[in-house]
Each structure stands twice: as structure tokens, then as C-alpha cells.
Ligand binder design. Structure first.
Ligand code: ATP
Length: 326
């Protein structure tokens, strides 16, 4: 792409607070990320770091009374400023989301054909043309007998086959951006590999940008061009995938890699990160990771490190330039 092309996704300084029992709870702080056309960008981090909330913000799918600051633009359009009709148009066109559990994305009482054609029909495509298009899409995701599949109900498909249907539906509106939130976690290993292969092949062929959320660093290293690492509601490091995994600058990234035996070839056994992750609401002053970090100094518990340039990437660590062996 040229440098003038509009990115599929631009998130700038996104802050989100959700209503809590007493006061609003901060969930995300200053999240900035980009996905360019045709690029696969990973978002990784432990449970509760805010990955899903960040993804949902891209579709304007935040809980009622969520308070936001910053900007989220899909294909140049500001999502946080959209009204309901504009959001519905966005979800039918520019952006599609694939969730972990395909059964949560479909209505069990409606035929797969209705699910696949409703967006096309809503956009004015005549019934017969929408059905032909749905068949093509099912064929593209490797469903045999696409015409027969259109007449079937979701319970007549395995989880892996239904996730293919969901991917077909996601691609129906030719979106600029796909948001995939742990799309294979609920599937068995062989099916996972098939789904990833389909997703990456179709995304590359169509030039769609993809934001891919995963706990699985090995998978991220295999499919992502760039990766953002999230901890306690903030981006703590980002870089091209190879640079990030070869030379992490943030001890949290290094900790995640050390838990992943196939990536950390030298490690005989995976080494878990000590302690447990905190949410942004629980995070103490300073660096939220300091209490779990073997390299923390007094300054780390006092000043929150900014995300700043180190080497080719960005890292939010006071010691990122010291060349300490992580
Ligand atoms: N609807 C909601 N109402 C209140 N708090 C929420 C809601 N959804 C998420 N949260 C809180 O927001 C924080 C971030 O959650 P999120 O689900 O985005 O994390 P995650 O990184 O996606 O975790 P996981 O990998 O387990 O899905 C957590 O502290 C969670 O409790």
C-alpha cells in the first residue's frame, strides 16, 4: 500500500471506562494501534488485559453507559461518533467480527442461508443473486455442497464447519477490516489449523486488514505481520513480529515468550510469569507490571512509563534501552 492509503483501522489514544459498583472502572488507557489494508496484526496479552473490549470498540459494541475518549476509525470513519443506523451500516459493510464461539454468532432457529444472505438482502441484492453469492462464499471456505448447506440449521454443523460459515458471512460485505477474537480457541487442533489457513488465505486474497486477538504467541508468530502486546488495559510493546519475538524490549513480552516453549527454543520447560495479571482498575501507580517484573527498580513503581521508540518498535518500559538480558 502507499503511505497515503487510508488504514483499515486506526485507534488513537483510546480510553474506556465502564460503569462499576461505585465509580466508573477504567478498562483501557491510551490504546493506539493501526491495521493497514491486507495486514494481519496480532493483539496478545493475558486474560483481562482488555483485548476483547478493544476489539468490541471497533464495532461500536460497548456496554451501555461506557465512557470513551480518543478515536477509533475504520476505513477513515470515526466509529465512536456514529449513531445506531451508521453503526449497523458499518457492521454490514466495512468491518466484520469473528468470535471464539461460532454458535454465539448465529441464530439457532434460522437456516444458514438466511444468516448468510440477510446482509446482502439488506443492501438491496435480489434474493436469487444473494443466494448465489452465499453459495460462492460457502465454497470459498471449503463447505461441500454449498447449496444443501444453505437449507440446513446451525445445529447440523460441527463447530469447525460453523466457524467456516461465520467466516463466509463475515466476508459477504467485502469488509475493509476483519476483527477475529480468539477465533479458533474453542476448536480442536486440526480444525484450528484449517480455519486459520482459510482465514489468512481469504484475507490476503481480498486485501482485508485483520486484527487477530489471541493468547497463543506461537500462532501470532506464524500469521501476524506485526503484534501489539497488551497488559492491564495499555499497549506495553509493539513491533514487527520477527523483531518482537527475536528481541523483546518489555519484560512482559519476554515473560509471555518464556511461557511458550516452541518459540523459546532454548528453554527446556516453559517458565510461567510469577504472580497474576491485574486489570487497569486494580493497577498500582507506576508500571502495572512492576510487581511481577524481575527487573523492576524503585522508579518503576512511581512513574508510569510512556510507550516510546526503542529500536524498530515501541515499548513502555523505563529500562527498555539498557540492553538488559530479558
Ligand atoms: N461488560 C462488561 N462490564 C464490566 N466490565 C467488563 C465488561 N467486559 C469486560 N469487562 C472488564 O474489562 C476488563 C478487560 O476485559 P477483556 O474481556 O477485554 O479482557 P481480555 O484481554 O479480552 O481477556 P480474555 O483473554 O480473558 O478474553 C476486565 O477487567 C473485565 O472484567
Amino acid at each position: 500500500m502507499t503511505e497515503y492509503e487510508t488504514p483499515a483501522l486506526e485507534i488513537d489514544g483510546l480510553g474506556i471506562r465502564l460503569p462499576g459498583e461505585q465509580a466508573a472502572r477504567p478498562i483501557l488507557d491510551g490504546v493506539t494501534l493501526r491495521v493497514r489494508a491486507g495486514e494481519t496484526v496480532g493483539l496478545v496479552g493475558e486474560s483481562g488485559s482488555g483485548k476483547s473490549v478493544a476489539c468490541r470498540s471497533v464495532l461500536g459494541l460497548l456496554p451501555p453507559r461506557a465512557r470513551t475518549s480518543g478515536e477509533v476509525r475504520v476505513a477513515g470513519r470515526d466509529v465512536l461518533a456514529m449513531n445506531r443506523a451508521e453503526l449497523a451500516g458499518l457492521r454490514a459493510g466495512q468491518v466484520a467480527m469473528i468470535f471464539q464461539d461460532p454458535r454465539a454468532s448465529v441464530n439457532p432457529l434460522r437456516r444458514v442461508g438466511d444468516f448468510l444472505t440477510e446482509g446482502l438482502r439488506g443492501a438491496g441484492t435480489p434474493a436469487a443473486a444473494a443466494e448465489n453469492r452465499a453459495e460462492e462464499l460457502l465454497d470459498a471456505v471449503g463447505i461441500r455442497d454449498p447449496r444443501g448447506a444453505l437449507r440446513r440449521y446451525p445445529h447440523q454443523f460441527s463447530g469447525g464447519m460453523l466457524q467456516r460459515v461465520v467466516i463466509a458471512a463475515a466476508l459477504a460485505g467485502e469488509p475493509a477490516l476483519l476483527v477475529a477474537d480468539e477465533p479458533t480457541t474453542a476448536l480442536d487442533v486440526t480444525t484450528q489449523a484449517e480455519i486459520i489457513a482459510i482465514l489468512t488465505r481469504l484475507q490476503a486474497a481480498r486485501g482485508t486488514g485483520m486484527l487477530f486477538v489471541t493468547h497463543d504467541l506461537e500462532l501470532a508468530s506464524a500469521i501476524c505481520d506485526r503484534v501489539y502486546v497488551m497488559y492491564a488495559g495499555r499497549i506495553v510493546e509493539t513491533n514487527g513480529t520477527d523483531a518482537l519475538f527475536d528481541r523483546p524490549r518489555h519484560p512482559y513480552t519476554a515473560g509471555l515468550l518464556a511461557c511458550t516453549p516452541h518459540i523459546e527454543a532454548a528453554a527446556a520447560a516453559p517458565r510461567p510469569i510469577p504472580g497474576r495479571p491485574v486489570s487497569l482498575a486494580e493497577a498500582p501507580p507506576g508500571c502495572a507490571f512492576a510487581a511481577r517484573c524481575a527487573h523492576a527498580q524503585p522508579r518503576c513503581s512511581e512513574e508510569t512509563p510512556e510507550l516510546a521508540h526503542h529500536g524498530d518498535g515501541l515499548a513502555a518500559c523505563h529500562r527498555a534501552d539498557e540492553g538488559i538480558k530479558l
